[in-house]
Every structure is written in structure tokens, then in C-alpha cells.
Design a protein around this ligand. Structure first.
Ligand code: NAD
Ligand code: AHE
Ligand code: ZN
Ligand code: ZN
Length: 376
């Protein structure tokens, strides 16, 4: 198949707000510094639903969504040296070129090399590798894992050990790595620290997992869904607060300040709700508390607080993919999983086939799904 166009099935998002449609699509061979991957499994993340909803300012259609995928390299374009045909790989929506200003800064995992074209839904040369019914389809987040075959830039892919099961390590493509990385790499939570985690989905549970790994003190999980108490505790949260259950006149911020003798050392927003982001910042300890924004908020939404909150030493930060450099650091995550130090299996509550991908979106909205893995 190398060098030839492949016809395969993919879930196409033709329009915002509409169900995905399973179509036969054509996937062109990889050009120089590109890799064609046969996707075996993909997770479905809230960010896929967010872009499908039409609320993502970068969202354009028709597009092949999906960014939490793993598979096997089918062919490579000229000049590709980091992966070879047959390698088991995870797609990376945060690439790592190692050469740009961002990569060389030592201060961020964001890479600037292909961000502009990635945001426009095309490959680095400005064109698409996907076609359906004579129309070009856009790429998503440089990955488009809702297709049986996809093409990505070589800097957007990392090889993993062959004995790491693809139906589990696909989840390292986003949610788990994001949460664990946010706690251990971006916040660098310390032993004994008091932490609050707003939103107990895949990302929030992963933050909790990262906090447990770093042996923090209190881990207070906050969620409006009471069923998430059990989940939070299973992953190591020491306390759970449902803001709906607080006495009238008591805010979640006040409750957290009281529970931690003055405020949290670290708080994490894993909801994407801007008023939650404010509560998370204001629940931080005066002088040093740091709040990390992970959740993705809809177009037009803005955060606010009294500047005095920052004047008095609280800090607002944020991160994409947890601050993890995918090509350099994915190996550690896979090793930790293989050695039983990192939970992945526990996150999988639902499984679907490609045909059932819309059901996976429904499951995600229903509130009892942590992650659905789609068998391509
Ligand atoms: P999820 O929907 O599974 O989890 C969110 C949780 O937040 C749910 O349990 C929900 O009940 C809870 N919640 C909603 N409103 C709340 C409120 N007002 N107070 C307390 N809890 C509330 O989502 P997820 O897959 O875990 O993703 C979480 C967010 O992170 C999404 O916005 C997603 O787009 C974003 N995300 C960001 C990155 C990144 O790199 N920055 C990566 C992955 C996901
Ligand atoms: N396109 C949106 C922003 C979406 C967003 O923030 N994406 C995160 C990853 S979410 C994964 O589930 C991200 O990687 N951000 C950094 C980047 O460079 O996109 C918008 O608001 O325009
Ligand atoms: Zn995601
Ligand atoms: Zn770079």
C-alpha cells in the first residue's frame, strides 16, 4: 500500500452540531516528513465534542476529528527517521520538533513548528491528505484519529513498545497524560501539599493520580455529579465536595479555604467552566497558591477575578497536554503503565466500534462515562 492512496472508513464531521457520518474516504500517501498510520484504537475526549459543537473558534468543517489515538505505521514519507513501518505509535496533538524557539526554550512543551497549519486543519505544506466524495476533508489537531488511516507530521508521532496494548495506550494521547502531567510536570505538586481538583472526569482523575504519585497531602475533589465521589475516592482523593450540597450562603471557595486552613497550595480546573476557574483561583492560599487551568472554555468566554487575588500572591497558570513533551516523555508514561505505577485500564468505562462512534459521544454526555475507547 505504500505510495498509494488508501480507501478506508472514517467518521466524518460534515457540519457543526450534527452526528458524525461513517464514510469511505481516500487517504493520500505521506509526503516528505509525514507518516501514514493505521489507527487501531482511539479515545473520545471532550475536546472532540467541543469542536463538533461549533464552539471552537478554530473549528472548521468538514473535518475528521479525534486526537487520542494509537496504531501502527503503514508507510513513511521521505526524510522520516524517528519512526519506521510497523512501529506501534501514539499520535501527538502537541508535536515536538526539538528545534524551534519553543522546543529549545526549556520552558514549555508547546512547539511552534506546525501550529499555524495544524490550527487551519491542513498538513504543514498547506494541503489535506483526506478526500471524500470528491471533497477535501480537514485534519484535526494534527491527528484525525477517527479514521482507519491518518497522515500526521513526523514530529506529531511517537513510537511505543510493542507489548504496550494499543487499546489502552491510546488514552495516553490526551486525557491521562494531560492530567498527570498537569500535576507532576506543570504544577510539580510536592509531598504534603493540599490540592483541590475541580471536575472529576478523565482529566480530573488523572490530576488526582498525579497528586497521589507525588504524595501530596489532602486531595479534595469537587464535582456537581454525586456519582463522581466514588470515582474520586477510587483514584485516591481524600475528600469530596459537591457544591450543590453546601449550605446556602457558603461558596465552594469558602469551604475549601476552611478545609485547608487558609487555602490550597494547588488547584486545577478540569471543567472548562470559567466561573469554576475563578473559584479555583480564589481557593488558593494567599502568598503562593497556584491554580492551573486545563479545561477548554467555549469561544467568547473569559476569566475574571479581582487583581488583588494576584497581588496577594496567588498565581494563574495553564497547560496543554499537561506540559508533557510527547516525543521525549511518552516513554516514561508507557513504562509506568507497564510497571503498574500508572493506571490506564481503570479509566475505560465504555467501548464502541467505529460504527458506534456517535454513541460514544452520547455516552460522554451522559455523565457515567470516564473514557470510551473506539475499536477502529
Ligand atoms: P469530563 O466531562 O469527563 O469531566 C468534567 C467533569 O466536570 C464532569 O464530571 C462534570 O460533572 C464536572 N463539572 C461540570 N461542571 C462543574 C462545576 N460547575 N463544578 C464542578 N464540577 C463540574 O471532561 P474531561 O474529558 O475530563 O475534560 C475536562 C476538560 O478538560 C474539558 O474542558 C476538556 O476539553 C479539557 N481538556 C483539556 C486538555 C488540555 O490539554 N488543556 C486536555 C484534555 C481535555
Ligand atoms: N482551539 C481552541 C483551543 C483548544 C485547546 O485549548 N486545545 C488544547 C488541547 S485540548 C485537548 O483535549 C491545546 O492543545 N491547546 C494548545 C494549542 O496550541 O492549541 C481555541 O479556543 O481556539
Ligand atoms: Zn483531549
Ligand atoms: Zn518545536
Amino acid at each position: 500500500t505504500a505510495g498509494k492512496t488508501i480507501t478506508c472508513k472514517a467518521a466524518v464531521a460534515w457540519e457543526a452540531g450534527k452526528d458524525l457520518v461513517i464514510e469511505d474516504i481516500e487517504v493520500a500517501p505521506p509526503k516528505a516528513h509525514e507518516v501514514r498510520i493505521e489507527i487501531y484504537y482511539t479515545g473520545v475526549c471532550h475536546t472532540d465534542a467541543y469542536t463538533l459543537s461549533g464552539k471552537d473558534p478554530e473549528g472548521a468543517f468538514p473535518i475528521i476529528l479525534g486526537h487520542e489515538g494509537a496504531g501502527i505505521v503503514e508507510s513513511v514519507g521521505e526524510g522520516v527517521t524517528n519512526v519506521k513501518v510497523g512501529d506501534h505509535v501514539v499520535a501527538l496533538y502537541t508535536p515536538e520538533c526539538g528545534e524551534c524557539k519553543f522546543c529549545k526554550s526549556g520552558k514549555t512543551n508547546l512547539c511552534g513548528k506546525i501550529r499555524a497549519t495544524q490550527g487551519k486543519g491542513v498538513m504543514p505544506d498547506g494541503t489535506s491528505r483526506f478526500k471524500c466524495k470528491g471533497k477535501e476533508l480537514l485534519h484535526f489537531m494534527g491527528t484525525s484519529t477517527f479514521s482507519q488511516y491518518t497522515v500526521v507530521a513526523d514530529i506529531s508521532v511517537v513510537a511505543v513498545k510493542e507489548d504496550a496494548p494499543l487499546d489502552r495506550v491510546c488514552l495516553l494521547g490526551c486525557g491521562i497524560t494531560t492530567g498527570v502531567g498537569a500535576a507532576t510536570i506543570t504544577a510539580k505538586v510536592e509531598e504534603g501539599a493540599n490540592v483541590a481538583v475541580f471536575g472529576v472526569g478523565c482529566v480530573g482523575l488523572s490530576v488526582i493520580q498525579g497528586c497521589v504519585i507525588n504524595k501530596v497531602g489532602k486531595i479534595i475533589a469537587i464535582d456537581v455529579n454525586e456519582k463522581k465521589k466514588e470515582w474520586a475516592e477510587k483514584f485516591g482523593a481524600t475528600d469530596f465536595v459537591n457544591p450543590m450540597d453546601l449550605p446556602q450562603g457558603t461558596s465552594v471557595t469558602e469551604k475549601l479555604i476552611e478545609m485547608t486552613d487558609g487555602g490550597c497550595d494547588y488547584t486545577f480546573d478540569c471543567t472548562g467552566n470559567v466561573s469554576v476557574m475563578r473559584s479555583a483561583l480564589e481557593a488558593c492560599h494567599k502568598g503562593w497558591g497556584t491554580s492551573i487551568i486545563i479545561g477548554v472554555a467555549a469561544a467568547g468566554q473569559e476569566i475574571s477575578t479581582r487583581p488583588f487575588q494576584l497581588v496577594t500572591g496567588r498565581q494563574w497558570k495553564g497547560c496543554a497536554f499537561g506540559g508533557v513533551k510527547g516525543r521525549s516523555q511518552m516513554h516514561e508514561f508507557v513504562e509506568n503503565y507497564r510497571e503498574g505505577k500508572l493506571k490506564i485500564d481503570e479509566f475505560i468505562t465504555h467501548r464502541e466500534t467505529l460504527k458506534g462512534v456517535n454513541q460514544a459521544f452520547q455516552d460522554m454526555k451522559a455523565g457515567d462515562c470516564i473514557r470510551c475507547v473506539v475499536d477502529m
